[in-house]
Design a protein around this ligand. Structure first.
Ligand SMILES: O=c1[nH]cnc2c1ncn2[C@@H]1O[C@H](CO)[C@@H](O)[C@H]1O
Length: 533
């Protein structure tokens, strides 16, 4: 072969790669990068390569089969020991746009708060034995003082199933056969979380893992329907998000009853009171940040009003009307409306089309800024009802799409998302644990980015998955591709703010604040400050 042939080939090859990569949305980020950013990107790439060999290519005693971007629940302990994670933990991440408020606080912290509540009681429906423990779910509730119980223990032979026991007493008296108080903690935390054995062995199908997943919500509701706890959780969620570099939050609140339970065990806390209190907590956190001279670190938080995909059309009319009233009363706190629950099992959007169309006309008539922000396409189906939700979400004018995992199969819908600026709220760890993909490496995210669909990375249900904040999801995305670098992460963080429901002026301010934090973050990588503990 003449050397000229080789040269011609190699030139053509480089040209093709460059041309092809330049279609990729994040390629444009390179053109906008500063010297400092390019330098920081090089540093991060070098560490990533080094750790791909030193950590993600060797057997570890507890984790033998590793690779970069591998299944999250098995990788978690290793991830926290990496330098890449250390860097990403400090990264300003912009907005968290997809999360479920019942699942935002670390499960041990939730339990710790619950144990402090005088009204909070626990019951089980069947006697607890070693054999039955992990298949028996605890039920919690805040009781009225007249209902307080002096039942001594959940595990004594005289325990009558269905009897309430005060949570702290139940823990203190938990039988030593079942591990004593630590055994109680492990049992409750096991009921609130998904562990690697469940995700990758015993419940390794979408249907089975959703059963386990849904059961964690059945348990946590005993905590989160009790308003004194909910308030603590909201504050903890906001503060811990800020510590992870999240500066704005739109979180989904599931409304399924007219009232939450107050400190006296009464069903008395109205939806309006929930929003008022949420607003007060957001303000407290802002004040706290201002005191610490970190006002840039927190722009605020909003609620996406949601109800479940199994209510009747009449019930949905009620929730939609409720959502409108709340938007009128709390315009800055209500971000939009959504339906939640398993798309594969519950009602598709089209089932609710009449109430949803009525809502849309009402919202127009009233001149409200109250968009749908639908979950859609959280499935690997192709032509299934869950997949078809994408058509309805887009036709109904959704502002963003929650998940949109199956969007890659729809060339026309991809075009529509690009044209209309509909961002996808992509939750890589959630999709992997809920068995839509075996790792982030086979997640459609790269394809979506390549095709120019706007994306915001999100955590979905961190208390269940253990991916608190956004660092773990950003970590997986960085490790799951040879192309993704710091500038891809910058793009994703920026897009989260761009596609938030903030009004133009607030949004511009939020982006300026984030840019300041980002420049500081980049500098801390290039001057090595980030590695000083
Ligand atoms: O990723 C998700 N897709 C759909 N529904 C979800 C997801 N995560 C949580 N929930 C639903 O939201 C309610 C709590 O707010 C739960 O009932 C759960 O089914």
């Amino acid at each position: 072969m003449a050397s000229n042939d080789l040269e011609v080939y190699l030139t053509a090859r480089t040209a093709l790669i460059t041309e092809e990569r330049s279609i990729r949305r994040d390629f444009k980020e390179l053109a906008k990068a500063t010297e400092d950013e390019l330098h920081a990107d090089q540093i991060v790439r070098a560490i990533k390569l080094e750790e791909a060999k030193s950590i993600w290519a060797v057997d570890h005693p507890d984790t033998p089969n590793v690779f970069p971007g591998m299944a999250y629940l098995s990788a978690r302990n290793l991830i926290t020991k990496t330098k890449i994670f250390q860097i990403i933990s400090k990264m300003p991440k912009g907005a968290l746009l997809h999360s479920h408020l019942d699942a935002m606080v670390n499960a041990s912290v939730m339990l710790k708060y619950a144990l402090e509540e005088p009204a909070l009681h626990i019951q089980v429906a069947a006697p607890l034995t070693k054999a039955s423990l992990f298949s028996t779910l605890p039920a919690f509730r805040g009781l009225r003082p007249s209902e307080y119980s002096d039942a001594p223990s959940l595990t004594s032979s005289s325990y009558i199933p269905g009897t309430w026991v005060h949570i702290k007493r139940a823990r203190d008296s938990f039988s030593t056969d079942l591990g004593g108080p630590e055994g109680f903690d492990a049992w409750v935390i096991g009921a609130l979380t998904i562990n690697p054995r469940e995700a990758y062995e015993t419940h390794n199908t979408v249907a089975k893992i959703w059963k386990k997943f849904q059961s964690t919500f059945d348990v946590v509701e005993g905590f989160t329907n009790f308003f004194p706890l909910k308030k603590k959780y909201i504050k903890d969620f906001l503060l811990s998000s800020i510590e992870d570099g999240i500066s704005f939050v739109e979180t989904r609140f599931t409304f399924f009853s007219e009232y939450l339970i107050d400190a006296n065990g009464e069903d008395s806390v109205s939806h309006a009171e929930i929003f008022r209190t949420f607003g007060e907590i957001v303000q407290e956190v802002k004040d706290e940040m201002a005191r610490q001279r970190r006002s840039d670190a927190f722009i605020g938080a909003r609620i996406i009003y949601t109800t479940l995909r199994f209510v009747t059309c009449d019930e949905l009319d009620w929730y939609l009307e409720d959502c409108i009233k709340l938007k009128q009363e709390f315009p800055d706190l209500v971000a939009g409306f959504d339906l939640v629950g398993s798309e594969n099992d519950l009602k598709p959007i089209i089932y609710y089309i009449e109430p949803l169309l009525r809502f849309r006309s009402r919202v127009e008539e009233l001149g409200l800024d109250l968009p749908f922000i639908f979950h859609a396409g959280e499935t690997y189906g192709d032509g299934s009802e869950a997949d078809n939700n994408l058509y309805d979400a887009i036709l109904l004018g959704t502002k963003r799409i929650g998940h949109g995992f199956s969007l890659v199969k729809h060339p026309k819908l991809i075009e529509m998302c690009k044209e209309k600026g509909i961002a996808l709220e992509v939750c890589p760890i959630s999709n992997e644990i809920l068995r839509l993909t075996s790792s982030v490496c086979t997640h459609p995210l790269a394809s979506l980015i390549n095709q120019g669909v706007p994306v915001a990375l999100c955590s979905d249900d961190p208390s269940v998955f253990g991916n608190m904040g956004l660092s773990f999801d950003f970590f997986q995305v960085l490790m799951g591709s040879d192309i993704n670098g710091l500038l891809t992460l910058r793009m994703l963080a920026r897009q989260s703010l761009e596609h938030s429901t903030l009004a133009d002026e607030e949004k511009a301010k939020a982006i300026v604040s984030w840019e300041k934090q980002w420049a500081n973050f980049v500098k801390s990588i290039t001057d090595g400050r980030i590695f000083e503990v």
